[in-house]
Design a protein around this ligand. Structure first.
Ligand SMILES: CC(C)[C@H](C(=O)O)[C@@H](O)C(=O)O
Ligand code: SF4
Length: 422
């Protein structure tokens, strides 16, 4: 019986031949913390290693402030101050407030390579699996242990393989695919599994769109989203400046005769744009069934859909148009480099001309922890990944999850709109 890419990565990281279901003590290649989970991780680390303890390998830890950044309260400012001091003492790379969302930084600054085992103190760490790594979110206490030891216990997950085939119709994107899948299998449909995405649609998809799919693996309970590395992976890594010979990277793929927990096929040739309705990510309907719902606020951004390709799709629809009166549009590039490219290419002009508010790279309203909150009775049509009660502000608010194209079309008409019609 062959091995999945997940089993192969855990075999490498634990130094022994392992199969799904086995417990391993595995070496960690990279660890990420941000402004919300970092303080607790540092506290846990100090409890384990003592006040003067040193982290196992400072070159493998990455820090960034994105959730409440720049600091929006004195508490946030104090936490960030403490983290800055910790990073300085331990010689940890801290991107601070200036580079944007930690997840985007991890994948655009070359911190994640195929075959790595990566952990982050944030649930959407599963996104980096699009680069052929095994990457997963862990709690702050576990992160404290990783800082001390560079290792962590795992149960090697079984794999569900999603075979996605067919050519996506006009204005239907990877966000619509992942929403469709979550709607099909449910918010707990892939609990503790590796969600492996393959098939001709994924093969033809560029990395920016792939990240959207693996980002949302956690929304079906998966331990990670993962895509076998291919020519697009190499193109992407070269493009962001990753050097080195291909043969030196761990270019792992699942064997044909792998022992999958389940295989699920999806043909996307006739897929409609999808919408996740309040208040759960698996409450998914095609846009045609929810058109006309009023949009008080539209948010285009987040680690799910704040990349350049997403902004470009939205800008093409918003070009020369105006945001409907009675609707607010907030656009947030996921990182500084995306922001600068969007500035250079005129996308920011398009958004501001249309009446959007463009904010600095950060999580923004995604989690309702910082700015851009919605009031009771208001609706947010959002390109992010969660629509739980109170997620973007008032518990009486309602959040609908959509693609950047659906969000842009919605902003123009002030109500949920099928982007194929504009
Ligand atoms: C704050 C953090 C712990 C949280 C997560 O882990 O995902 C946040 O990023 C989110 O999207 O809900
Ligand atoms: S953008 Fe949203 S989902 Fe992503 S890390 Fe920030 S709060 Fe979490």
């Amino acid at each position: 019986m062959g091995k999945t890419i997940t089993e192969k990565i855990f075999s490498m990281a634990s130094g022994k031949d392992v199969k799904s279901g086995e417990y391993v003590f595995a070496k960690i290649d990279r660890a990420m913390i941000h402004d919300i989970t970092g303080p607790l991780a540092v506290k846990a680390f100090r409890e384990i290693a003592g006040e003067n303890g040193k982290v196992w390998d400072s070159s493998k830890i990455i820090m960034a402030f994105d959730h409440q950044a720049p600091a929006d309260s004195v508490v946030a400012a104090e936490n960030q101050k403490m983290l800055r001091i910790f990073a300085g003492e331990q010689n940890i790379l801290n991107y601070d407030i200036k580079e944007g969302i930690a997840h985007q930084i991890m994948v655009e600054k070359g911190h994640v390579l195929p075959g790595m085992l990566v952990v982050g103190a944030d649930s959407h760490t599963c996104m980096y699996g699009a680069l052929g790594a095994f990457s997963t979110g862990i709690g702050s206490t576990d992160m404290g242990a990783v800082f001390a030891l560079g290792k962590l216990w795992f149960k090697v997950p079984e794999t569900i393989r999603f075979e996605v085939n067919g050519t996506l119709p006009h204005r239907v994107y990877s966000k619509d695919i992942v929403l469709k899948i979550i709607g099909m299998i449910g918010a707990d449909g892939a609990n503790y599994k590796a969600a492996e995405f393959a098939g001709t649609t994924i093969e033809k998809m560029e990395m920016s769109q792939r990240f959207t799919i693996t980002n949302m693996a956690i929304e079906m309970g998966a331990k990670t989203g993962i895509i076998e590395p291919d020519a697009e992976t190499e193109r992407y890594l070269r493009n962001i400046g990753v050097e080195g010979k291909l043969e030196d990277w761990e270019w792992l793929r699942s064997d044909e005769d792998s022992d999958y927990f389940r295989r699920i096929e999806l043909d996307v040739s006739d897929l409609e744009p999808q919408v996740a309705l309040p208040h759960s990510v698996d409450n998914v309907k095609p846009v045609s069934e929810v058109e006309g719902i009023k949009a008080d606020q539209v948010f285009i951004g987040s680690c799910t859909n704040g990349r350049y390709g997403d902004l470009k799709i939205a800008a093409e629809i918003l070009e020369g148009e105006q945001v409907a009166s009675g609707t607010r549009l907030i656009v947030i590039p996921a990182s500084r480099s995306i922001y600068m490219k969007a500035l250079r290419e005129g996308l920011i002009d398009t958004f501001v001309d249309a009446g959007a508010v463009v904010e600095f790279p950060s999580c923004g309203p995604c989690m309702g922890g910082s700015f851009g909150l919605i009031a009771g009775g208001e609706t947010s049509i959002s390109t992010s990944n969660r629509n739980f009660i109170g997620r973007q502000g008032s518990p009486e608010g309602r959040v609908y999850l959509v693609s950047p194209a659906t969000a842009a079309a919605t902003a123009i008409y002030g109500q949920i709109t099928d982007p194929r019609k504009v």
